[in-house]
Design a protein around this ligand. Sequence first.
Ligand SMILES: [Zn+2]
Length: 327
Amino acid sequence: MEAILAIDVGATWLRVALVNREPLKIVKLTKTPTPQSHLSSAIPDALRVALKETISGEKLCGAAGIASIGPLDAAKGTILRAPNVAGRPTSVDVVSPVMELGLIDEVYMINDCNAAALAEWWVRSDKGVKDLLYVTISTGIGGGCVLSSRPLLGRRGNAMELGHVVVDPSGYMGCGCGGRGHWEAYGSGGNVIAFARRLLEDGLIPRSSSLGEYVGSGGSDPSEVFGLYRSADRGAVAFCERLADFEAAGLTSAVNALDPEVLVLGGSVYLGNRDFFAENVIPRMKRYLMLEAPAVEDPVFGEHSPLMGAALTCVIELKEALVTGRR
Ligand SMILES: [Zn+2]
């Protein structure tokens, strides 16, 4: 059977896969670290190598789907300046390496979180789920959504950049994107320590606490914050109270805007600290929630949700994601 070519350009990993159409299943996968410098050339080059390795001797169906870190220009098939990748490229062409194969007629491109939402909705669609919100809380924070069984993509494929919704108009913390007061600047794995350090400097975390000592001495591992929270360190407990407000504000704002039936939560910060979210964040959402709470579920496809979503753009022929604007 001819396979779909599916690609996931993540901040940390680049994955290229062959996906069987029915049943939808990864049959071959190449996973390689995403280059972190000279991105405009290094990412396409790494993609060429992974493509060669993956498609060697295999039959392809002529369509490829790409899920990628954003922001994107999906019509042109490029990644624009990404906040969570070292080197922050101005533009990365991820479609040319695919077209150069001479085997692909159509390429679909979609933001990785929108791809993950599409896959997580699709796997639940036979149970009648039509409205699903996907949120990943990891190095960054991202979101994707399917409403009335259609993915929300936006003008250039950048709808649902949830990490950059404003949860603090005072702008206490600056975000990697250049904005201020964004959810990601407080609640992502890449920024939790910076947030704690700022509070420490402003005297809002006691220096004599274990968290105060850890952050004050240059500690940089966000998982240490949650470890200290579990050991009931007063600095970490005080910090996590504040953190929970921001996580709950971000999640609830998305739910209030979209009215999903299911909220799929993923990402290393969430999956590694379910106790913190279950005790502090999910109950706190009720303070802000105007609508009925959605069911909170795990990603069925785990770390492969974006890759499966990329393959699905080809299966459902998602016209809004078709790369058309290339010269
Ligand atoms: Zn931002």
